[in-house]
Design a protein around this ligand. Structure first.
Ligand code: NDP
Length: 281
């Protein structure tokens, strides 16, 4: 048994689990499809019911894998997908959403994000998101890879304040958002969704991370995720196509780290001392 997953409230009042599942790179090869479906189903069983995908991932085949996994579980899942910036015009957003819905095999997406900023004015994309909301095709909408100044701009356009989340690169080795973006999001009640929360596995070899994790009979991935879960209004979406690793990541909620050990981690992964541009993968 695991400790409960904390919940984060979206501005709409909807509550979502702070630990979900990413699906980038799923759908790339036919031979791994069964295991990917199994991983998603394991995540749902374990309460990691927030599933993140995008029209970009494997050219839509990630959405198809998610669609297969959530058959008979649709109401248990908080389903997120994303529109390419070049599709995010007034009509292009609606068309892209329809295509995603077809691949996902559902009639609504719970959270629809602009993947990153592109050439279409924010006003247009927001108006399209609001239309999709009115038509019941999406529940909430949000953005991704938006820095603090982008969020300010977004909040200045009509209905821009309805933004439900900002999904950005944030993990122990990428703490830049802590300087101004995370505080901004916290002040404005916009949850920050941390993508690549274990830096795609690269930080797991860090000796100090391994040492501290061991002291709690935990793994480095669990500690890296616990670091994010500790923060107000932060949601982490680690990806794994391996059901055993999904279980491992689920265990991140069970760690109770001392102030001393957080400080030891700060020494190796220092918090930012000045504003730096938001990084992207
Ligand atoms: P993650 O930090 O989630 O790392 C995923 C990688 O780590 C995979 O190779 C996975 O391999 C491996 N892994 C997962 N768990 C463990 C574990 N416990 N021990 C060892 N290795 C592990 O990176 P992602 O870039 O995938 O980010 C997560 C999600 O965020 C994406 O899948 C996507 O949904 C979203 N994203 C959004 C972006 C955006 O621009 N909005 C950009 C990047 C990501 P395996 O599958 O074999 O277990």
């Amino acid at each position: 048994m695991y400790d409960d997953i904390p919940y984060v409230a979206l501005p709409s009042g909807k509550e979502v689990p702070a630990l979900g599942l990413g699906t980038w790179n799923m759908g790339e090869t036919r031979s791994s499809a069964e295991q990917e479906v199994e991983s998603i189903r394991r995540a749902i069983d374990l309460g990691m019911t927030l599933i993140d995908t995008a029209e970009m991932y494997a050219d839509g085949r990630s959405e198809e894998i998610v669609g297969r996994a959530i058959v008979n579980h649709r109401e248990d899942v908080f389903l997120g997908s994303k529109v390419y910036p070049w599709n995010a015009s007034a009509t292009g957003t609606v068309d892209a959403c329809e295509r995603s819905l077809a691949r996902l095999g559902t009639d609504h997406i719970d959270l629809y994000l602009l993947h990153w900023r592109g050439e279409h004015p924010l006003e247009e994309t927001v108006a399209a998101f609001e239309r999709l909301k009115r038509d019941g095709k999406i529940g909430d909408w949000g953005v991704s890879n938006f820095d603090t100044d982008d969020m300010e701009e977004l909040f200045a356009v009509p209905d821009g304040r309805n933004c439900a989340v900002n999904q950005v690169l944030y993990n122990l080795s990428r703490r830049g958002p802590e300087f101004s973006l995370l505080p901004w999001c916290q002040q404005h009640g916009v949850p920050l969704m941390a993508y690549s929360p274990i830096e795609q596995g690269r930080i797991l070899k860090n000796r100090e991370l391994i040492r501290i994790a061991k002291a709690y009979q935990a793994t480095p991935a669990q500690l890296a995720l616990a670091f994010l879960l500790e923060r107000e209004g932060v949601i982490a979406i680690p990806k794994s196509s391996n059901p055993a690793r999904v279980e491992e990541n689920r265990g991140a909620t069970d760690l109770d780290i001392t102030e001393e050990d957080w400080a030891a981690l700060d020494a190796v992964f220092p918090p930012p001392t000045r504003k730096t541009a938001l990084e992207m993968l």
